[in-house]
Design a protein around this ligand. Structure first.
Ligand code: ADP
Ligand code: MG
Length: 386
């Protein structure tokens, strides 16, 4: 679907749901993380970019304090009074927009005004592309304008994170919202998760005719709860053993000492984080000095580190990465939390169909579920569309 069709469609859907015209349409993209995995909660570096898949929000203020939200996923509106928003499983998906309304009021310390909102999206849900940040940032930008809340984009990212942490109940970081709000066409967001400083880095994919392929294995994040918590615990243990507040404080030169003072498993977890931070910085350097074709080895090294040191890959992801590389990818790696989800492959546009067919064939041969494969480009962050 083209963007203008999306805008018309969401405005029309708002009309059907609420019986009047929306005041405007805002949209925000999903994101993919090019490199920097599990580094966020270790206060390190990440390099995500906003993708050309967006969530559109048609919104109007009301004259009372009622909030009604509907979506093409579930047309019956969820309704709540602005003053009554709290964590509640009955909110279901509406916890995302409710949470953002709550968070903006918290940050500004001013009561908001009731509103109606309708959401329509072409961000795939559950492929690790952060459909949740897209919904948060689209409504966040809309309310910031309609309420004249005056928040910066960085503050809106924080509002999205607060919504997710406090009202949805997911202990996530600020990377997804930062990418969705700060993204630019053909640029990535280099985010320092300690200082929260964000810098826009040109990718140069457009000039080199490169695309980023998403190979979604459709394997649900197996064991993700236990595995994720265990990795976080290992990182904390590693940091405290080394006497630092977070693994961010360590560099590659500290690894020999780390090897001496901790058990083998903890050491390998630490080594992934320390080297991954290094790879993010190195990727930024290479993009700036040599261009995108020079980052392939870093993407591949990131995958090996997650597979062997952090131990969060699965056979399907390893296969996707190997096949993509054998068929002309510049580099590839698993992305996201691990134990399932998607791999990414940076590829020349003319190799995308060959890689797609090769991955599909290999998955079929090995008896894996059919993966969902598509390409994305780096697109503009949240914006008003109408
Ligand atoms: P991810 O952000 O990786 O896609 P999450 O589990 O964080 O996965 O968020 C997905 C959830 O976000 C969905 O289960 C749904 O509740 C909500 N969501 C995302 N987009 C929409 C939408 N357009 N309409 C309604 N709910 C949505
Ligand atoms: Mg999410």
């Amino acid at each position: 679907m083209t963007t203008s069709k999306n805008i018309e469609a969401v405005a029309a859907a708002f009309g059907s749901a609420f019986g009047y015209e929306p005041a405007g349409v805002w949209s925000a993209p999903g994101r993919v993380n090019l490199i920097g995995e599990h580094t966020d909660y270790n206060l390190g570096f990440v390099l995500p970019f906003a993708i050309n898949r967006r969530t559109y929000a048609a919104v109007s203020l009301r004259s009372d304090s009622i909030v009604r939200v509907a979506s093409s996923f579930s047309q019956t509106p969820h309704e709540i009074d602005l003053s009554a928003i709290e964590r509640n499983p009955e909110n279901d998906w509406a916890a995302y927009p409710f949470g953002v309304a709550w968070a903006i009021q918290q940050i500004t310390d001013k009561p908001g005004i009731g509103f109606d909102a309708f959401f329509d999206s072409d961000v795939p849900v559950g492929s690790g592309l952060s459909s949740s940040a897209a919904i948060e940032c689209s409504i966040g930008l809309a309310l910031n304008e309609l309420w004249a809340a005056g928040l910066t984009r960085q503050q809106l990212a924080r509002a999205g994170q607060l919504a997710e942490n406090e009202i949805v109940g997911a202990p996530t970081g600020i990377m997804d919202q930062s990418a969705s709000l700060l993204g630019e066409r053909d640029h990535a967001v280099f985010l320092d998760c300690k200082s929260l400083e964000a810098k826009s880095i040109e990718l140069g994919f457009d000039a080199e005719n490169l695309e980023l392929m998403i190979i979604d294995t459709r394997v649900a994040h197996r064991l993700v709860d236990g595995g994720y918590a265990a990795r976080r615990d290992s990182c904390e243990l590693g940091a405290s053993t080394m006497g630092v507040s977070s693994l961010r404080e360590l560099s590659v030169g500290d690894l020999p000492r780390a090897h001496e003072v901790m058990d083998g498993v903890t050491y390998r977890r630490v080594r992934h984080i320390v080297t991954e931070n290094d790879r993010v910085v190195e990727t930024v350097n290479k993009l700036q000095e040599e261009g995108p074709r020079a980052i392939g080895a870093l993407l591949n090294a990131s995958h090996v580190s997650m597979r062997d040191d952090f131990e969060i890959s699965i056979d399907e992801l390893d296969t996707a990465v190997d096949v993509a590389n054998r068929h002309g990818a510049i580099g590839a790696r698993m992305t996201g939390g691990g134990f399932g989800g998607a791999a990414i492959a940076l590829a020349p546009i003319e190799r995308v169909s060959e890689i797609t067919l090769a991955v599909l064939a290999e998955f079929e041969l090995l008896g894996y579920a059919k993966p969902n494969i598509f390409a994305v480009t780096a697109d503009q962050g949240a914006r008003r569309d109408r």
